[in-house]
Design a protein around this ligand. Structure first.
Ligand SMILES: [Zn+2]
Length: 286
């Protein structure tokens, strides 16, 4: 449904150009993890005040902005669709905003951790706040929210990345990038975007349902008669305290551990079949 080299951003502009050209022939979108590798060698967190204070190598937002700018230039040149994965920088949001105004076929996504946390969360060297792209500043966090509010960022995606406790339980420099976010995505998004009064419930849900489906041309994410009955039944107001050990994921690398998020899932249906029963807290295998 799409082409991506997520995690290994395409560095060579000509390779990216050809990839986008070929994908276009099949009507496929190319999704990119925007990171200039030459500027981020050995980097483990956002480049700024906290990386300096903690003595950790910084991953500058400019390294993300450069590739977003490159992708905008190529999308315009080739009249093809390029999607920016997990945009984390204020500069990246602004570049996308201007490109979209000109009608360039670009889209972008935000991950809940990027609009919930900042790089200050790394202050205790907790590796559950180490991900790629990294948590950035409060200014970036607010820009991501503004991007979602004005449609510059099209969707919310988790960038869910499980790692064992063993892998994450080491020095910040050596820990793998990535956190789990699937089971907390709804609560974290409701808390930041809906309970804050920034968005209506339909606006928020659209960012997690029909809009992501539309980017990859899947006829999903609606309750239209005849559509696949992939349905989540939830109470948006019910508070849930996140306990990383109680999650269904086999991994517990969850930065929301201990947080109380409003939004409790009562039931999940896939293709009309109940697969998660919130009452018993059980996954149902068919
Ligand atoms: Zn990525």
């Amino acid at each position: 449904m799409a082409v991506t080299d997520d995690g290994l951003c395409v560095q060579n502009n000509e390779v990216m150009r050809r990839a986008v050209e070929y994908a276009r022939m099949f009507g496929l979108v190319v999704m990119d993890h925007c990171q200039d590798a030459s500027m981020t060698k050995g980097a483990v967190m956002n480049d700024g005040y906290w990386s300096l204070k903690l003595g950790l190598k910084g991953w500058p937002a400019a390294a993300e902005d450069l590739i977003i700018a490159r992708n905008i230039v190529l999308a315009e040149f080739l009249d093809a669709h390029i999607h920016m994965q997990h945009v984390s920088s204020a500069g990246g949001v602004e570049l996308l905003r201007r490109a979209k105004k000109r009608g360039v076929k670009v889209s972008g996504e935000a991950a809940p951790h990027h609009f919930f946390f900042t790089d200050a969360c790394c202050r205790n060297y907790d590796t559950n706040f180490k991900m790629n792209p990294p948590l950035r500043t409060e200014r970036d966090r607010l820009a991501i929210i503004d991007g979602l509010l004005d449609g510059t960022l099209d969707i919310i995606a988790t960038d869910h990345a499980p790692h064992t406790e063993d892998e994450k339980d080491c020095e910040f420099d050596y820990a793998p990038f990535g956190i789990i976010g699937l089971e907390t995505a709804l609560g974290a998004s409701l808390e930041t975007l809906y309970h804050s009064g920034k968005m209506t419930l339909p606006e928020l849900l659209s960012l997690m349902t029909n809009k992501p489906a539309a980017i990859v041309n899947l006829p999903k994410g609606t309750l239209t008669p005849g559509a696949d009955a992939d349905i989540v039944v939830f109470d948006p107001d019910c508070p849930v305290q996140v306990d990383a050990r109680q999650l269904q994921s086999k991994s517990s690398n969850c930065p929301w551990h201990g947080h109380t998020l409003r939004g409790k899932v009562n039931a999940t249906f896939v293709a009309g079949k109940l697969v998660w029963d919130g009452e018993t807290g059980r996954i149902i295998h068919h």
